[in-house]
Write a protein that binds this ligand. Structure first.
Ligand code: FES
Ligand SMILES: [Fe+2]
Length: 442
């Protein structure tokens, strides 16, 4: 039986029950109603540039294959043989015209069709209807190279699902005419915490950085431009709910671009990378408009439910592995025209600060582990999570899409969990609002 979530998430009061991070039944409900329904990021088109290229990924706990078939069309398939259920592909990525199951040899083409069955004549007497036993396929669509998939035929179109978040995503995905590509391998590791904590953090937590990352700052990896608590950030700066649970940590309104450029970097960005962005600021301006281009500096957001971007070059996916375990995947994304030495510097800088050995991810993960664990304590689970930063101060600014909260605030997170509860309570997409949910405005 499904648990009604309205009593566990109170977005209007900014309160959360800790069980949503540890309860096993709720987790199963999440797999079905969040990961079985939403558009999920499964990779980037640049991972499969040629016919018959493939890349492995996950949708929730289900392994999936992103393929480009022999005619160039993208597909997302459950990585599961239709005979007994063996994985049909165990490689991370590659190029192959077909996938032969290692159990009994059923073979599937990159368009999902079952094209080979050992003993089809002699043992099946040609009575197996092969057309009915192709790979299980998800709906697939992409946004400026980023590939999403959903299992739910009723799910809204990807543009409707994304709502206003593309306006902010473009800062990373549409800076230059040639588009973007991922470089290097994917950083993967297991985080012993609930998957929603990193999603929450990247959706709107501009509050934690001066404290959580103090050690990184002390180590000389600068993290200096985050607002101190209560300062409201620099200039007119907002956190944003960009519709449908998607959150942006901060956007500056009318910032002085020269001032921004001369300000110390918020992370230890190598000079060669800063020079690259400065050199192309004019192009960014022309493509994005000066307001967005001026925000080409740090940009951190979460696309509901489990995908985040950070700064200029990081993509993050939080694959659930139980209520208290998350498989973290981090990709490095660059503009296709980025010179070799600049992309090398970006990749090195990313691994210094994020991923299993990155100083900032280590700072953050320690907190997420403890926050998850407290939900299991006899007393801990009796006390609610506070999500009230900036409560009652939401509004709108005509220059940017979405609902804006003060910065720092927990406005994006309140909307994130409200969306989560809405999906967890709804029996299908027809019960879910397609327009941005609103629970409180100034
Ligand atoms: S499980 Fe794949 S062929 Fe039998
Ligand atoms: Fe952090």
């Amino acid at each position: 039986m499904r648990t009604k979530l309205s009593g566990l998430v109170d977005a209007e009061k900014g309160l959360l029950d800790r069980s949503i991070f540890v309860d096993k039944d709720l987790y199963q409900q999440e797999l079905e109603q969040i990961f079985g329904r939403c558009w999920l990021v499964i990779g980037h088109e640049s991972q499969v540039p040629n016919p018959n290229d493939f890349a492995s990924s996950y949708m929730g706990e289900d392994p999936v294959l992103l393929t480009r078939d022999s005619k160039g069309k993208l597909h997302a398939f459950l990585n599961m043989c239709r005979h007994r259920g063996n994985r049909i592909c165990r490689a991370d990525a590659g190029n192959a015209p077909s996938f032969m199951c290692t159990y009994h040899g059923w073979t599937f083409a990159t368009d999902g069709k079952l094209v080979g069955v050992p003993g089809y004549k002699e043992a099946y007497f040609e009575e197996l209807d092969r057309s009915q036993w192709g790979l299980v396929e998800a709906r697939v669509d992409s946004y400026k190279g980023l590939v999403f998939a959903t299992w739910d035929k009723q799910a809204p179109s990807l543009p409707d699902y994304l709502s206003d978040i593309p306006w902010y995503m473009d800062l990373q995905f549409d800076r230059r005419a040639g588009g973007t590509e991922v470089v290097g391998g994917i950083l993967k590791w297991i985080l012993p915490a609930n998957w929603k904590f990193p999603a929450d953090n990247f959706a709107g937590d501009n509050y934690h950085a001066p404290i959580t990352h103090a050690s990184t700052n002390l180590a000389g990896i600068r993290h200096g431009r985050n607002p101190t608590p209560g300062s409201g950030g620099r200039g007119q700066s907002y956190s944003v709910h960009a519709g449908n649970g998607h959150g942006v940590i901060s956007i500056g309104i009318n910032p002085n671009r020269e001032e921004l450029r001369n300000a110390p970097p918020s992370l230890n960005v190598p000079d060669i990378v800063r020079d690259y962005y400065d050199a192309h600021m004019k192009e960014f301006n022309q493509r994005l408009g000066s307001l967005r281009a001026s925000n080409i500096t740090p940009k951190i957001l979460t696309v509901f439910p489990n995908f985040s971007t950070h700064m200029r070059s990081q993509l993050r996916v939080y694959h659930p592995r139980g209520p208290e375990r998350t498989e973290m995947w981090v990709y490095c994304l660059v503009d296709k025209e980025t010179p070799h030495e600049v992309r090398e510097a970006m990749h090195t800088n990313l691994t210094l600060t994020f991923g299993p050995s990155g100083t900032l991810d280590q700072d953050d993960m320690n907190n997420w582990v403890q926050c998850t664990a407290s939900g299991k304590g006899l007393m801990g689970k009796k006390h609610l999570i506070n999500l009230q930063l900036g409560l009652g101060h939401d509004g709108h600014n005509e220059l940017v899409p979405g609902t804006v909260g003060t910065n720092p605030s927990e406005t994006p997170q309140r909307y994130y969990y409200a969306r989560w509860a809405e999906l967890m309570d709804a029996s299908s997409w027809s019960d879910i609002s397609s327009s941005p949910i609103t629970y409180t405005t100034k």
